[in-house]
Design a binder for this molecule. Structure first.
Ligand SMILES: *Cc1c(COP(=O)(O)O)cnc(C)c1O
Length: 390
């Protein structure tokens, strides 16, 4: 096969498909010269809440700010701890630390790469004290206030056992749904509709991407949603009167207008990603690579939306370099688990603490999966991998 270019992501084809719809709407925003928190934002908030099966939506400036705002609205800060996965994008742990709270990392399930409910149960049993609905981490003395599961790559964490444990021990639940818009759990509940707050990112590489940075929090509770709205504008209510200290977490009209148009196409794009994943599975099997390449495990009954298509392979770094030479874009999400990041050394994490997260960081590789890919491009990627191992 001759060399072909298969980028990890190319948004230009997608843009061509909706730009006729979008440009008149953008022009209306420009003509209005109303840029912040206007009618496009309000429409987006209702639309994403409805799409996700949540009661409320609060548009914000990024996925990172969505996480930070959720933590702030839940009153999490110094003396508190929040449990999450170490195998995730930095923002998940970074925002916890920025509130003054202590991130507590627990290992993942090797099949789904999501936070392990078994690890959570064991951690509570062995390292915590629970009295009167207050859960304390004995080693640090921190009060554990919340659980922040990540729906990594577009497949939801195992929410039923996680929610049972969270409710039993009085923990709030913040879903990091940055990669999982439209993903479904058993029974069809969507990402962002199960925990107290769901946090979405509209970073351009996410399944629903803006023309810059943007994000959104979903919530089930009216008071919590209202508190997030107030904290989004520096805690001013009424304007210039501050009972609370918030931040500038605003989303703008241009981003909301883009997202409102793109949302109409999201189901079709998601189905495109899902059928590409099926095609990859068939191609890997046909190439005789089933014993070498571990394709993503899509848990039965869940809807995986494949923000990333991540395989697990031997000689990962060499394969990545080879694919680069063959014109195939690929990426490592994520090479260093959070407990081994320099900035978190004060937490005392060491190599060996979370073996499944460390193994995943060493073995996984994301392949191109965006909906506009052609079947021959998928076949070229699989053939390149076959040649590498051949
Ligand atoms: C993208 C992402 C974020 C952060 O979103 P931004 O919009 O880039 O700030 C947080 N968590 C996860 C898991 C992500 O993938």
């Amino acid at each position: 096969m001759s060399t072909m270019k298969v980028p990890l992501l190319d948004l230009r084809l997608q843009y061509q498909a909706f730009k006729v719809e979008l440009l008149p709407i953008l022009e209306r925003v420009y003509e209005s010269q109303g840029f912040i928190l206007g009618t496009e934002v309000t429409a987006l908030e209702s639309a994403i809440a409805a799409y996700s099966g949540a009661a409320y939506g609060v548009g914000v400036s990024s996925g990172t700010d969505a996480l930070l705002l959720a933590l702030m609205a839940l009153g999490i800060g110094a003396g508190d701890a929040v449990i999450t996965s170490p195998y995730t994008f930095f923002a998940t742990g970074g925002t916890i630390a920025r509130t003054g709270a202590r991130p507590i990392f627990l290992d993942i399930e090797p099949s789904t790469y999501n936070l392990s409910p078994v690890a959570l149960q064991r951690f509570i049993d062995e390292q915590c004290t629970s009295t009167d609905n207050v859960l304390v981490h004995r080693a640090s003395g921190a009060r554990i206030r919340a659980l922040m599961p990540v729906h990594l790559y577009g497949q939801m964490a195992d929410m039923t056992p996680l929610m049972v444990l969270a409710r039993r021990y009085g923990l709030k639940v913040i879903e990091d749904a940055a990669q999982a818009i439209g993903a479904e759990y058993l029974g069809g509940a969507r990402a962002g509709s199960i925990g107290d707050v769901g946090c979405f990112s509209f970073f351009p590489t996410k399944n629903l991407g803006a023309f810059g940075d943007a994000g959104l929090c979903t919530a089930q509770d009216a008071e919590l949603a209202e508190l997030m709205r107030v904290l989004r504008v520096h805690g001013g209510k009424p304007k210039y009167y501050h009972a609370l200290i918030g931040g500038n977490f605003r989303i703008d009209e241009v981003q909301a207008a883009v997202l409102n148009v793109k949302l109409r196409h999201l189901e079709a794009w998601t189905e495109g990603r899902r059928s590409n994943a099926v095609a990859y599975g068939e191609l890997f099997a046909a190439a005789g690579l089933s014993g070498t390449v571990t394709t993503p495990y899509a848990q039965p009954g869940l809807r995986h939306i494949y923000n990333q298509y991540v395989i697990r392979v031997p000689e990962r770094d060499k394969l990545k370099a080879f694919l680069g030479e063959q014109g195939v874009g690929c990426e490592i999400y994520y090479p260093v688990p959070l407990h081994l990041q320099g900035c978190f050394s004060y937490l005392g994490g060491t190599q060996g603490d979370f073996p499944e997260s460390e193994r995943a960081a060493a073995q996984t590789l994301a392949l191109p999966i965006f909906p506009e890919l052609k079947h021959e491009q998928l076949a070229y990627v699989v053939d390149a991998i076959r040649r590498f191992y051949g």
